[in-house]
Design a protein around this ligand. Structure first.
Ligand code: PEP
Ligand code: MG
Length: 634
């Protein structure tokens, strides 16, 4: 632990506390709840991680030597990442998946070609060329005209920053670890922590993380959740407001960081931490028990996954299968298309890991806010309304057939279903069915095995699909309602726009009517219907969905134990009564109030992440957590 600096830099918040003031509230910093739990301990501020480097112009005779130096740095960076990966043999699978992705990125030809061009044509030294090339690539992930950048894209630009820093460290010989060896349990405060840095800390006594940048989907948050370490991310002023040695409370339930509070506040936080631990343990212990309502109605809870490695995590949280595998993530972060064999291996691994439970693979949903450089899509005025998802797939049958064949082959290994995103007309579904038939034939001709029948279903996430649900139900073998997009397209609110997020409510009566319409159309045709939008992971919204007739929900793995518990505490009759009442109301606020008024008393601990009702009520948590308005990835 380093010495406390004697004075704080100018313009930063004061820690106003005489230590003797036991009731001092401390300095409060707000961010995004990255990983649940409450940690209290001394801060270790790890500062800005960018390595210093010199900018030099080089002579023509030095060009080849500089390119060789770059090549060695790339190899060294790869070796370093492999070493970290090997040391992490027992770490959660997401961590190694992220490290593997970095391994690919560090040797990405698109990046290296740019660097070499700068060395050769602009005669810049390797360090300078690396930084400039990374900045250019980073800009591809940072559209200047987008105020509210998609969280996923923001994360990709952080990945580029990490790769840049890794290469710089190899070139300059700066092999310091960002986080020094830690002698005692600490709370790490950083601008950002790369997976490699976090990996290096796995066996160190880190009690919590606070980062300045990042979202709920940032890698620090993903790993903090996997390691079950409380984290708050996106705390804009953390580095200037916290000094090494300050006492810090990290409240990953509320997304709050408290710096140097008095003993009374610390004691409260300790109690909250203990209650959360007991609460989380209680929920987890029941995660593998069946999910049934109090009156015995079975509800199937499945997981949404983006990375193949998450399949295991899903099972570990009690998922009955994978309800949504967002395969577009396979196409992102690369310049060339994934091959049939490559995709087949990934799908097969997931299907085998989850067997005999079902896996629903969604065909790629690229375009809109999900940018994939491998497709080289032209810029569009309105990408959310542009060449996206099934439209893009049907416009590129060559690429789509590769994915379909890989899926068909993977069907040989378990219970696999195929789901089509953003279907707006029955014609699109028919065209996909024709292509799927062709993919099956081609797989047969190539002599591969496959399931005799592969169910083909669709997302309901465009208003026209809701209105035509009865017609679509004659041809789709299952539906899954995607409320993230359905809310966006129905209420005309960009799902990534934080300033309008409060209006994008899943409790809007128009959304409730749509869900009921789809659930009735599906029931009339005997078509299974699930819901896989973010709405499913909110306990209050989930009970409302049961009232609207749904019996299958798919959500992020971490939410499953909690939603299971919510289901066990309600009866379908209560849910149906509340849903009927909600459908008669005219505003989202009135609906939310009704549902909260009906169910919050029995679901209070689930809504607040603590059993301490009085404390949470005082903090206004009941109202806050009952509002699921953010349908973007973060
Ligand atoms: C949805 O739109 O609700 C959905 C689940 O799909 P995605 O979030 O991947 O667009
Ligand atoms: Mg969607």
């Amino acid at each position: 632990m380093s010495e406390r600096p004697s004075s704080r830099p100018p313009g930063t918040p004061e820690t106003l506390v005489p230590p003797s003031d036991t009731s001092h509230p401390g300095v409060m910093l707000r961010g995004i709840a990255g990983s649940p739990g409450v940690a209290i301990g001394p801060a270790l501020v790890v500062g800005d991680t960018r390595t210093a480097y010199g900018r030099r112009h080089i002579a023509a005779s030095q060009v080849d030597g500089e390119i060789e130096r770059l090549g060695r740095a790339v190899e060294d960076a790869k070796r370093h990442l492999r070493e970290v990966s090997a040391r992490m043999a027992t770490a959660p699978m997401e961590t190694s998946a992220i490290l593997d992705a970095y391994l690919t990125m560090v040797g990405d030809p698109m990046l290296l070609e740019r660097v070499i061009k700068k060395i050769r044509e602009e005669r810049k030294c390797a360090e300078w060329a690396v930084v400039q090339a990374c900045e250019e690539v980073g800009k591809l992930f940072s559209p200047a005209d987008s105020i509210e950048r998609d969280a996923y894209i923001v994360e990709r630009s952080h990945d580029i920053e990490f790769i840049c820093d890794r290469l710089l460290r190899e070139l300059t010989g700066d092999t310091r670890q960002i986080v020094p060896n830690l002698g005692q349990p600490v709370i790490v405060i950083a601008r950002d922590l790369s997976p490699a840095d976090t990996a290096g800390m796995v066996r160190e006594p880190v009690m919590g993380f606070v980062t300045e940048i990042g979202t709920r989907t940032s890698h620090t948050a993903i790993m903090a959740r996997a390691l079950e370490i409380p984290a708050v991310v996106g705390v804009a002023d953390a580095l200037s407001a916290v000094r090494t040695g300050d006492t810090v409370i990290v409240d990953g339930l509320r997304g709050e960081v408290v710096v140097n509070p008095g003993e009374v506040i610390i004691e409260e936080a300790r109690e909250r931490s203990a209650r959360h631990l007991a609460f989380a343990r209680g929920l987890l212990s029941a995660r593998h028990q069946p999910c049934v309502t109090r009156d015995g109605e079975a509800v199937s809870l499945k997981a949404n996954v983006e990375l193949p490695a998450e399949a295991i995590l899903a099972l570990d949280h009690g998922a009955e299968g994978i309800g949504l595998y967002r395969t577009e993530f396979i196409y992102i972060d690369r310049r060339t298309m994934p091959t049939e064999d490559e995709q087949y291996e990934l799908y097969r691994a997931v299907v085998e890991a989850v067997a005999p439970r079902p896996v629903t693979l969604r065909t790629f949903d690229i375009g809109g806010d999900k940018f994939a450089s491998s497709f080289q899509l032209p810029a569009e005025m309105n990408p959310a309304l542009g060449l996206r998802a099934v439209r893009l797939a049907l416009s590129r049958p060559d690429v789509f057939l590769v994915q379909l064949r890989a899926m068909v082959r993977a069907s040989f290994h378990g219970d696999l279903r195929i789901m089509v995103p953003m279907v707006a007309s029955v014609q699109e579904l028919r065209e996909v069915r024709t292509l799927l038939g062709r993919a099956m034939q081609e797989v047969d001709v190539a002599g591969h095995g496959r399931a005799k029948h592969i169910p083909l279903g669709m997302m309901i996430e465009v208003p026209s699909a809701v209105i035509m649900a009865d017609v679509l139900a004659r041809e789709a073998e299952f539906f899954s309602i995607g409320t993230n997009d359905l809310i966006q397209y129905t209420l005309a609110i960009d799902r990534g726009n934080r300033s309008l997020a409060h209006l994008a409510s899943p409790f809007h009566p128009a959304i409730l009517r749509m869900i009921r319409q789809v659930s009735r159309a599906a029931a009339a045709h005997g078509v299974p219907v699930a819901l896989c939008g973010a709405m499913a992971s909110d306990p209050l919204a989930a009970v409302l969905l049961i009232g609207l007739g749904l019996r299958e929900l798919s959500m992020e793995a971490a939410a499953i134990p909690e939603i299971k518990e919510a289901m066990r505490r309600v009866t379908t009759a209560d849910c149906e009564r509340a849903a009927e009442g909600a459908l008669a109301l005219d505003t989202a606020e009135a609906v939310e109030e009704l549902i909260a008024g009906t169910f919050a008393p029995s679901l209070f601990d689930l809504l607040t992440g603590t059993e301490d009702g009085a404390y949470a009520a005082e903090a206004g948590l009941a109202v806050e957590v009952s509002t699921v308005t953010d349908t973007s990835y973060d």
